[in-house]
Structures are given as structure tokens and as C-alpha cells.
Design a protein around this ligand. Sequence first.
Ligand code: ITT
Length: 197
Amino acid sequence: MKIVIASKNEGKITEIKKILDLNSLEFLTYNDFIEWPEVEETGSSFNENATLKAQKLAEYFKIPALADDSGLEVDVLGKEPGVYSSRYAGELATDEKNIIKLLDNLKEYPLEKRTARFRCCAVLFTTTGEIFKTEGVCEGHITFESQGSNGFGYDPVFVPDGFDKTVAELPIKVKNKISHRGQAFRKMKDVLSKLKI
Ligand code: ITT
């Protein structure tokens, strides 16, 4: 059975494939298609945006689609950057620029005020229009500087609770075990293995 991963983020795609690890499914990505529809993330929640992405891709390619909408919520910033995580430093933002802006906005705050979490909402949209949703959350705090080169996004400035290293300093296997995405997509793996899609 073919299923399309509704994402253009290579970091996410690599993690999702590793977490799901299902031989019964053939995962297709944007590299397998000549045309790929743009999806405007106009929702105000991870849930809404993941649904927009999965529905658009499932309807466009007429195969089931799996989307991930995720981001970082920093308590002292009123849960920002949230759904704006990938474009925190503007429309042409890079991971580096987003991190610079985040560290700058947090520069006045001591360690105990730097609590944050990654949140991931996974959505499966089937060809019959059925929708399945799962979620995962990973609590931690934001460091004062970037450390490590694994992963993507804000991994170099996020230390998960119970660890003394950033996610970018942890092996991918450890990240997937504890991450928001690991939790959401392991629940999705259960959904997929029970479904006849
Ligand atoms: P797609 O919509 O194409 O999937 P995207 O990167 O635009 O890719 P989102 O809108 O869901 O995806 O934004 C997610 C952003 O949140 C991502 O670009 C990172 O900045 C951050 N993020 C999410 N998961 C992360 C993780 O595991 N590690 C570090 N940063 C993460």
C-alpha cells in the first residue's frame, strides 16, 4: 500500500520513516512526484495545519496522506513560536536565523524561566475521507547557546527533561524514543497497522 508523506522537511521525513518502520507500506515523498501542491498553513493550531496538509495531498494524489505539524512552545514567550516555528524569523527564515531570534528573545531569562516543549500533531487522511489524529509532547528547556549538529530546527537549543544534552547532541535513536514526533507516530503506527487502507 502506498502512502504519501505530506511534508517537504527532510528532517521530519527521515524521522517519520524510521519511527513507522512498516514493511507493509511504501512511503512516497515529494521526491517521487513531478508536481507537488503548495499548502498554505492558515490554521491556528498544529491540529488544523496537519489536517490541511494531509487532506490536500490525499485529495490531490488520490492515495492516503500522512502529515506532521509540529513546533516549539516557549512558556515565557506565551507559547511562541508555536505554529510559526518554521517561519519565526520571517518567510525566508532558516533554522539558524530562527535560533538566533529565539535566543535573543530569551536573553533576559534565567534557566528556570526557559521551560518549553515540542509538540507534534500527526494526521492521516484516507482516500475515503476518514481522518485519524495522534499527538506527542516533549518537555524541556531552551539553552543559552547552540550545541550539537544532529537533527534539525531547534534541536541545538532544546534540552529534554531528564537529559543534560541538547537534542542535537543525542543520537537519532534516542531522539526518536523520547521526541514529540516519536510519540505521535508510534501511536499512528498502531492506527496504520489496524487499518485496511
Ligand atoms: P512541512 O510543513 O513541509 O512538513 P515545516 O518545517 O514547514 O515542513 P511545520 O510547519 O510543521 O513544518 O513547522 C515545524 C517547525 O517546528 C520546524 O521547521 C522546526 O523549526 C520546528 N520543529 C518541529 N519539530 C522539530 C524537531 O523535532 N526538532 C527541532 N525543531 C522542530
